[in-house]
Design a protein around this ligand. Structure first.
Ligand SMILES: NC(=O)C1=CN([C@@H]2O[C@H](COP(=O)(O)OP(=O)(O)OC[C@H]3O[C@@H](n4cnc5c(N)ncnc54)[C@H](OP(=O)(O)O)[C@@H]3O)[C@@H](O)[C@H]2O)C=CC1
Ligand SMILES: CCCCCC(=O)O
Length: 455
C-alpha cells in the first residue's frame, strides 16, 4: 500500500467536511457496530487462534467493551459536539465566550497484540466520534485478528475515510515518518518513546497508552477472601498480558500467609488444578514473550504454579514468594502470569518505595481503613486504579483511562475519547452594538478603568 498517497486521499476527503455532520459520525459508529455483530463468530475464532482466548474472555473484554462505548457515543455525541459556553470576565464586557470542538484531521492509531481487537477499535471510536479520518495499524503478532480487522474495515469503509494498514514494525516506522494530525499509540514504554520522538518532529499531538509495574497493595485491615479472589481475577485474566494487571503484590507482613493461602485457592477456583489444560485459560502470545517470561520462574521461591508448556505457549498462574526489589522480575513490566510477592511493615514504607519507582499505569489498594486509603490515593501518583478491586476502572466509560509520566500521556474511553481526538477551539464573540474607548492605548482614563476592572 502506498502510504503517502493514502494519507493524501484521507486529507482530501477530510477537507470535503463530509466527516463533520453528527449524522455522518453516528452512521459510521452504527455501521461499525453492525459489522462487529455480523462478524462476532470470526472475531472469537481469530482471538482463539492468536491467543487461545476463551469465548468468555473474548466477548467480555474485546467485543462487549466496544458495544458499550458505541452505545454511549451514539447517545451523548450531540451534547459533546455542541460549542461549550463559558464565563466571560467583566473586562470583556459585551462579548460571549465559547469552546468549539474541532476534529484534528487524519489520525493514526497503532495497536498492541494483547487485546488486539478491542485496543485497535476503541481509540478508533473516538476518532470517528470526533469527525476524523483513520488509518489503523494492528499488531502483526496477532495475525488472525489483524487480517480480520482489515477484512471487516476495508469492506465497510472507503479507504479515504477509514482503512487498516497491516504489517510489522517497518510499516509502523513508515507510517510514523508521515505527517498525521494526531497519533494514538497503545504499546510498550520503549516504543512509546519512539512514537513521541517521531511525532515531535512534526509537532503532532499524541496520546500514548503505555504500561509499567502496577502494584496491588494489601494492608492488615483488608478483607482477605475478596482481596484474593479479585487479585487472582485481575492478574491472570488474559494470562496476565494486560497493561493494568497487578504486576506485583505488596502485602503487610501480618496478613501475608493468610492472603497467599487464599490466593492459591482463588487461582484453583478460577482455573482448576491443571490450568495448562484449561480451555478457558489464555496462552502467551509467542515464543519470544514466553522465553522472556520463563527465566522469571527462577526468581525468589516458587509458591504456586510454575508449570509450563513451551510448545503450547502456556504458563500456569504462578506466585513467587520472598522476592526482593533487586530480582529480575521486579525490573521490567512482567506482562505475564507471574505474581511476585513483596512484604511491608508500614504504609510509610509503601509510599516511599512505590514513589521511588516510575509512575505506574495502575495501582490497587485493598484496605478497610479510609484514612489509609486517602493516604495512598493522595501520596502516590499513578494513572488510575481501584480500591478493594482490580482492573475494573478500565471498563467504566465515564472514567478517563490513561497513564501518567512513563505510563502514558492523555486518556480515552467515553467522552475522553471524543476529547482526545478533538481540538478545543476558544472563541470570543464580541458585540458590535457598542465599543469602549478605554480599551485602546491613548485613552484618557483607560488605564485607571482597566486597573479597576482587572483587580
Ligand atoms: N495503556 C494501555 O492501554 C495498554 C498498554 N499496553 C502496553 O503494551 C505493551 C505490550 O504490547 P506490545 O504490542 O508488545 O507493545 P509494542 O510497543 O511492542 O507494540 C505496540 C505496537 O507498536 C508497533 N511497534 C513495535 N515496535 C515498533 C517500533 N520500533 N516502531 C514503531 N512501531 C513499533 C507494534 O507492531 P507489531 O506488534 O506489529 O510488531 C505494535 O503495533 C505492554 O508494555 C503493555 O503495558 C498494552 C495494552 C494496553
Ligand atoms: C480488560 C481490558 C484491558 C484492556 C487494556 C489493558 O491491556 O489493560
Amino acid at each position: 500500500m502506498n502510504i503517502p498517497s493514502l494519507i493524501e486521499q484521507q486529507r482530501a476527503y477530510f477537507n470535503t467536511k463530509e466527516t463533520r455532520p453528527i449524522s455522518f459520525r453516528i452512521a459510521q459508529l452504527k455501521k461499525l457496530k453492525e459489522k462487529i455483530e455480523k462478524h462476532e463468530d470470526e472475531i472469537l475464532t481469530a482471538l482463539q487462534s492468536d491467543l487461545h482466548k476463551s469465548e468468555f474472555e473474548s466477548y467480555t473484554t474485546e467485543i462487549a467493551f466496544l458495544y458499550a462505548e458505541i452505545s454511549m457515543m451514539v447517545k451523548e455525541l450531540e451534547g459533546w459536539m455542541k460549542p461549550e459556553k463559558v464565563k466571560t470576565p467583566v473586562s470583556h464586557i459585551g462579548s460571549k465566550s465559547y469552546i468549539y470542538k474541532e476534529p484534528y484531521g487524519v489520525s493514526l492509531v497503532i495497536a498492541p497484540w494483547n487485546y488486539p481487537f478491542q485496543l485497535a477499535l476503541a481509540p478508533v471510536l473516538g476518532a470517528i466520534a470526533a469527525g476524523n479520518t483513520v488509518i489503523l495499524k494492528p499488531s502483526e503478532l496477532t495475525p488472525h485478528v489483524s487480517s480480520l480487522l482489515r477484512e471487516i474495515i476495508n469492506e465497510t469503509f472507503e479507504q479515504s475515510y477509514f482503512t487498516v494498514v497491516e504489517g510489522a514494525v517497518e510499516v509502523s516506522q513508515e507510517l510514523l515518518e508521515q505527517k498525521f494530525d494526531i497519533i494514538f499509540f497503545t504499546g510498550s514504554v520503549p516504543v512509546g518513546k519512539i512514537v513521541m520522538e517521531k511525532a515531535a518532529k512534526q509537532l503532532t499531538p499524541v496520546v500514548l497508552e503505555l504500561g509499567g509495574k502496577s502494584p496491588v497493595i494489601v494492608d492488615e485491615t483488608a478483607k482477605l477472601d475478596l482481596a484474593a479472589k479479585r487479585i487472582a481475577w485481575g492478574k491472570f485474566i488474559n494470562a496476565g498480558q494486560t497493561c493494568i494487571a497487578p504486576d506485583y503484590l505488596y502485602v503487610h507482613r501480618d496478613v501475608k500467609p493468610e492472603l497467599l493461602s487464599k490466593l492459591k485457592d482463588a487461582i484453583q477456583e478460577l482455573y482448576g488444578s491443571k490450568a495448562l489444560d484449561n480451555e478457558e485459560y489464555t496462552h502467551i502470545v509467542n515464543q519470544k514473550h514466553f522465553d522472556r517470561l520463563f527465566p522469571y520462574l527462577e526468581n525468589g521461591e516458587l509458591l504456586y504454579g510454575g508449570s509450563t508448556n513451551r510448545d503450547q505457549l502456556v504458563m500456569e498462574p504462578t506466585i513467587l514468594d520472598h522476592i526482593t526489589w533487586d530480582d529480575p522480575v521486579m525490573q521490567e513490566e512482567i506482562f505475564g502470569p507471574i505474581l511476585p510477592v513483596l512484604t511491608f511493615d508500614s504504609l510509610d514504607e509503601v509510599v516511599e518505595k512505590v514513589r521511588s519507582k516510575e509512575k505506574p499505569l495502575a495501582l490497587y489498594y485493598f484496605t478497610e481503613d479510609e484514612q489509609r486509603e486517602n493516604t495512598i490515593l493522595e501520596q502516590i501518583p499513578f494513572g488510575g486504579g481501584c480500591v478493594n478491586d482490580t482492573i475494573l476502572h478500565v471498563a467504566n466509560p465515564h472514567l478517563p483511562f490513561g497513564g501518567v509520566g512513563p505510563s502514558g500521556t492523555g486518556s480515552y474511553h467515553g467522552k475522553a475519547s471524543f476529547d482526545a481526538f478533538s481540538h478545543r477551539k476558544s472563541i470570543v464573540h464580541q458585540t458590535t452594538k457598542f465599543d469602549f474607548s478605554f480599551r485602546y492605548p491613548g485613552s484618557k482614563f483607560g488605564l485607571s478603568i482597566i486597573k479597576r476592572l482587572l483587580k
